[in-house]
Design a protein around this ligand. Structure first.
Ligand code: ZN
Length: 163
């Protein structure tokens, strides 16, 4: 009995950690993909002062709380969007692993969720991208109000990059 609880607890915590990292990656993808930026280099920098963000400040959720969502260098805020996305991803992956363990079903669900989360973030800040084509008003509205859990994560900080 205890072993079973320990295994589930381990799966849940592993899911939280992995989900947080994925959430951080998704935020980076959603920022860079629509802007045609390279995905590998350069490393993430502060949108305000352009200082490269140190590895110790890229720990999902923890770094955000430690720095109160601000740049260590210029102290300007990054936007709550990062924390929301990382938390959302951490919880979804955590609970998926808790219920299904390390299975192909978990892998499929997590991949689908992260793709939807990325698309949701991209759609939610479409209005903020200058190169985007003229937006259709009803479609944009629908995207913002959609019930996909990831889509409410992008109501502010759309112009910023971290993670
Ligand atoms: Zn800064």
């Amino acid at each position: 009995m205890f072993d079973l609880i320990a295994i589930h607890l381990f799966n849940f915590i592993a899911g939280l950690v992995f989900g947080g990292i994925l959430g951080s990656f998704v935020t980076m993808l959603a920022y860079r993909l629509p802007r045609g930026k390279k995905l590998d280099t350069p490393r993430s920098s502060c949108p305000h002062c352009n200082k490269i963000i140190a590895w110790r400040d890229l720990i999902p959720i923890y770094s955000y709380i430690e720095l109160k969502g601000r740049c260590r260098n210029c102290h300007k805020p990054f936007g709550i969007r990062y924390l929301k996305t990382e938390l959302c991803s951490a919880l979804v992956v955590g609970f998926t692993l808790l219920f299904y363990g390390f299975t192909s079903k978990t892998l499929a669900l997590v991949v689908i969720f992260e793709i939807l989360l990325t698309l949701g973030l991209i759609l939610s800040d479409k209005g903020g991208i200058k190169s985007a084509p003229a937006k259709k008003k009803p479609a944009a509205k629908e995207g913002e109000d959609g019930d996909e859990s990831g889509e409410d994560a992008g109501d502010d900080g759309a112009e910023e990059e971290k993670g």
